[in-house]
Design a protein around this ligand. Structure first.
Ligand SMILES: [Zn+2]
Length: 117
């Protein structure tokens, strides 16, 4: 039968479905914050070409930085639903090798729980 949607009925829903939904929201917020920053820089350049720093643009940059820092901190500190440790952050001795915590992970860096399980 074409368009049969029995696939969702045959496979059980993920144990941590609510947590994975929250992780998608956290990741989306980081992306949208970065996108908003790019759009704001573009709009500022269109309105005032050049590298002039004005009070409104400086205030806008500070507000954006606060939103980005909050979203990014929530992203890297988001707790694994199984072990409770930060999903993105590797253990200290392995996290020293560059900005690896910024790349979205498919599994927990501590207990290796795969995403969407
Ligand atoms: Zn874990």
């Amino acid at each position: 039968m074409i368009g049969d949607n029995n696939r969702s009925e045959s496979s059980p829903p993920p144990i941590y479905a609510a947590e994975w939904s929250e992780l998608r929201v956290v990741r989306r917020n980081v992306f949208l914050t970065i996108l908003a920053g790019i759009i704001a820089i573009g709009a500022k350049y269109v309105a005032d070409p050049g590298l002039h720093v004005t009070l409104p643009s400086a205030l806008l940059a500070l507000v954006w930085a606060a939103f980005w820092a909050r979203a990014y901190n929530r992203y890297v500190q988001w707790p694994c639903p199984r072990c409770g440790k930060p999903w993105q952050l590797k253990p200290f001795w392995r996290g020293l090798m560059g900005p690896s915590h910024a790349v979205p992970r498919d599994s927990c860096s501590h207990c290796h729980l795969p995403i969407n399980s």
